[in-house]
Design a protein around this ligand. Structure first.
Ligand SMILES: [Zn+2]
Length: 226
């Protein structure tokens, strides 16, 4: 009975480690951060692609302006052609100024979004580290508890075989039905397996029984030990 109760306690300890609870909370926090990260990244995509296309346009205009500058400097063209070149240059410079203003606006919009993403990643980092630590700790603790269970089960087999056959099978039947252990003790008139009080008549019967006879708990069916 004692060994079966220990086995039950250790098995339950194995699945109720505080580290398992901590891991579950942590994983739910990390899933929340991951969701935030995905949202922040999705918000960044269109701004980034606008910024890139405006940057390309600025570079193209800059190139065009410097080509025009060079043509003008080296030009032997007539006055009308020079005026046309000059007027195109002015137009290109205006377009370039507008494009660079837009580039700057988009850059200002881009920076806080990128900082957001970095900050979410930074916040997740210790959690990710703690998570792998917890997974290791849980594996180690469970391995230790498993070893303890193996040794307890070995001990249990020895003790089990030492019990006379008839009593042993009553014990096994009660354990299958009630769980934890197939026997219990009576403490202050209560079965300490199911914790229910024995009726006065049952309690009298329990106290009056011969040393080598055992009655079952009328509630849970466990063999009541003197
Ligand atoms: Zn009982």
């Amino acid at each position: 009975m004692e060994v079966d109760r220990w086995i039950d306690r250790v098995s339950s300890q194995k699945t109720h480690l505080p580290e398992i609870t901590e891991l579950a909370t942590l994983e739910s926090d990390l899933r929340g951060l991951l969701k935030d990260l995905h949202a922040a990244e999705a918000g960044l995509v269109p701004v980034k692609s606008d910024f890139e296309s405006v940057s390309r346009e600025s570079a193209r205009l800059k190139g065009r302006a410097s080509d025009l500058d060079a043509t003008l400097a080296a030009s032997t063209a007539n006055a009308r052609e020079l005026t046309a070149l000059q007027s195109e240059l002015t137009h290109v410079r205006e377009l370039l100024a507008t494009s660079e203003d837009r580039e700057l606006e988009l850059l200002l919009e881009l920076e806080p979004r990128e900082e957001d993403i970095e900050s979410i990643k930074r916040r997740a980092q210790p959690g990710v580290a703690r998570r792998s630590e917890l997974i290791d700790v849980i594996a180690q603790l469970q391995a230790t508890l498993d070893e303890e269970l193996v040794s307890l089960r070995g001990d249990r087999e020895e003790r089990h075989e030492a019990v006379p056959m008839a009593l042993r099978s009553r014990y096994d039947v009660a354990m299958t039905r009630a769980g934890t252990s197939g026997a219990a003790q009576v403490v202050e008139g209560r079965c300490d397996g199911c914790r229910l009080a024995l009726a006065p008549l049952d309690f009298d019967r329990f106290k009056a029984q011969a040393l080598d006879t055992f009655m079952d708990c009328p509630e849970c069916g466990r063999v009541l030990l003197p």
